[in-house]
Each structure stands twice: as C-alpha cells, then as structure tokens.
Design a binder for this molecule. Sequence first.
Ligand code: FAD
Length: 378
Amino acid sequence: MYEIIIIGAGSVGTPTAMSLAERGIRTLVIDSGSSAGQGNNKCAIGGIRATHSDQAKVALSLHSLKTFSTWEEAHGDDIGWHMGGYTFVAYTEAISESLQEIIPGQQKAGLNIGWHDSDEIKKLVPGINPNGLLGGTFSPEDGSASPMESCYAFYRHAVKQGAEFHFGETVTSIKKKGTFTITTDKGEYEAAQVINCAGSFAREIGAMVGVDLPVYPDMHEAGITEPVKRFFNPMVVDISRTAGSANYYFYQYSTGQVVFCITPDPPELGKGTEETSVFLPQVARRMVKLYPRLANIKVRRIWRGCYPQTPDGTPILGQAGPEGFFVAAGMCGQGFMLGPGVGEVMARLATDQSTEQDRMVLNAMRLDREFIGTEVLK
Ligand SMILES: Cc1cc2nc3c(=O)[nH]c(=O)nc-3n(C[C@H](O)[C@H](O)[C@H](O)COP(=O)(O)OP(=O)(O)OC[C@H]3O[C@@H](n4cnc5c(N)ncnc54)[C@H](O)[C@@H]3O)c2cc1C
C-alpha cells in the first residue's frame, strides 16, 4: 500500500515524486517508458522562463527557476543550466504594444523583466536583423537546461529520498473502493491518493475515474545544430505569425548547439512523433531572416513530440473526480519549465500544506474554470 501513486515519470511526475519523497511520503511512480522522461519530456528543447502573462504560471516558474539554477550547487549534477535570459522581439507595433502591456503585471508577480530598445536588443543578440526591429523584452534570470539530464537528476534524487519507480508498465484501469486500486499490464497496486501526470495521455487516465480532462495534444517539431562557439546568450522568441506557422524560438545550449522549435498554424492535433519534411525549411527560413548569422550552421537532427494542450493554454492542477484523485496535466508547451514548481504545489496539496500562493495557482488552474481566452505568451 502506497500513500500516493503518480502515473507518469515525465517533466511533471518526476519532480512531483521528488517533492513528495522529500516529505517522507511513500510514493510509487508508474510509467510505460523504459526510464524517466521518455515521453514529451525528452522532446522539449530546454527553455525555462518565468516570462508568462499569467500570474500563476509566473509563480510556478519562479520556483522552477530556483530549482534548476541551484541544482548543480545543491546536488552536484550538471544539468546544462545556462542563465542566458529570454528576449521576445518586436518588429510590429502590435507585438511591441502587446509585449509592453503585460510588463507591469509580470513585474508585480516578481519577474525581473524590462523593455529594451532596438539598440539594446542588438547588443543582446549580436547580428540580429536590424530592419524594422522596434525593441523587445528581456528577462535576464530565465535560462535553459537539458530536459533529459534534469529529469534524470530529479529521478535519482527522488529514489535517494525513498520514491519507487516502475518502468515499462502501463496503467490500464483505476478503481476506487475506499482506497485506489491501480491495475497495470504487469500487476495491481493500492494507494490512498493518485496523481495523474500522464502528459499526452492525461485524458485517457482521467476517463478511468470518470473525469473528462480537456487535454488535446498537438504535435511540434524541433531541431539541433552542430556545436559552435557561443555567439548569443538569450532564448530569442518571435511571436509573429506567417502563413503556416506562429511563434518560433531558439537559443544556444550550454555546449554550443543552437536548439530551435516552431509552432504550426493551424495546430496539428495528434500524438504522432514522426518528423515531417515541412518543418526544417519552414523554421530555417524564418530563423535566418531574423538572425542571418545562422545561415551557415549545420543542422544535426530534428524530432517531433507533443504539447499536451488545453483550450486556454493553461495547465490543469488540483483535485478532480473522486476524493484523493489529483491532476497535474495539460502543460502545453511549458511542462519542462513548470515541472519543479508544479511538483511542490502538488506535494503540498496532497499533504494538506497548501500556501496562500498555492491556492492562487490552484484556483487559476482548476478544472471547473471556463477555458475561455488564451494566455498571451502560451
Ligand atoms: C518540440 C517541443 C519543444 C518543447 N520545448 C519546451 C521547452 O523549451 N520548455 C518547456 O517547458 N516545455 C517544452 N515543451 C513541452 C514539454 O515537453 C511538455 O509540456 C512536457 O514534457 C509535458 O510534461 P508531462 O509530464 O505532462 O508529460 P510527459 O513528459 O510526456 O510525461 C508523461 C508520462 O506519462 C507516461 N504515461 C502516459 N500514459 C501512461 C499509462 N497509461 N501508464 C503509464 N505511464 C503512462 C508517459 O510514458 C510519459 O512518460 C516542448 C515540447 C515539444 C514537443
């Protein structure tokens, strides 16, 4: 009998297990993958920002940033952390206004962010296309890390603290009669509480206890270049739309590779993981136009994964359905950066230790909200 069973050892389930085990809670994590982080976690490009328009996301990410940025010092593992900051650039008045409009709210939520004119952005991203550049935001304390190294470091720490992980095991049903009985393709387990951290499959897991979770994955591709000497520091994000694509973003990883990603427009719903021939020409054209210095760098590899999307671009956190059943899902394109913050909120919720800030976050991310509108920087 476990106190808590977590379904999914991904970007969210793994740090949640770590936070629970640190509190001495007897925790089992079940994942169908062969090791931690083999779902969408390993498809993330590693961006970690507290630069959101939603205050609850800012709060979660500020906590995550603390975990990522201090991890090596506290635990000794190199997770590839680099504090290069994030810049959202503007080439149109409309984007400039929408980015500047949300700065006061972001600052109020505790984010270190400011507006910078085009000369300052040119210094931050040397060689960026100056034609029509109006300026951009810069949040210097955001950064990046390796999703695989981070997830594995959280996994090792969780195990050290007493959490158990069962890999290669798929949850097939959940029954509640007093306690929860979780059936997998290999066995049966009992727990007082369950947390659904199943990423792209959160809706199917919710359905096992009669809860309809609006999590509809869509597919995104990413790529990585050969490593070169560092020539820019921040994650560069362009939120303008062109035919076939919305925002795209790229940065230089701690060992020199440029890692990049683009959002198809309209979204491509599904759970597929096969790369397409559309992605690379589409993203390369936009990246080279924005940053001509990228023209001669060689791309080494591309891949495809999913954003577990919700209709409003905000995750679903908290109690849902039968008492003792919790959800930490619908992370959209931000599950890696939100993971450690979500883990702490979920661990406090499951142990009746929620803080006032947790209640603000849980209220903003509750299942019974209306799911209208979308977060500006989703
Ligand atoms: C191309 C791309 C780039 C991205 N870049 C970033 C980024 O820079 N920063 C960022 O924060 N996010 C990024 N993301 C988004 C991020 O990857 C996701 O939001 C995040 O991984 C979701 O975390 P999760 O824990 O909810 O899901 P996952 O990491 O997918 O974990 C869910 C786990 O549940 C397991 N599971 C599911 N069903 C079952 C079952 N029935 N039984 C047992 N186990 C089960 C799966 O095997 C999986 O391991 C990116 C995504 C993509 C595709």
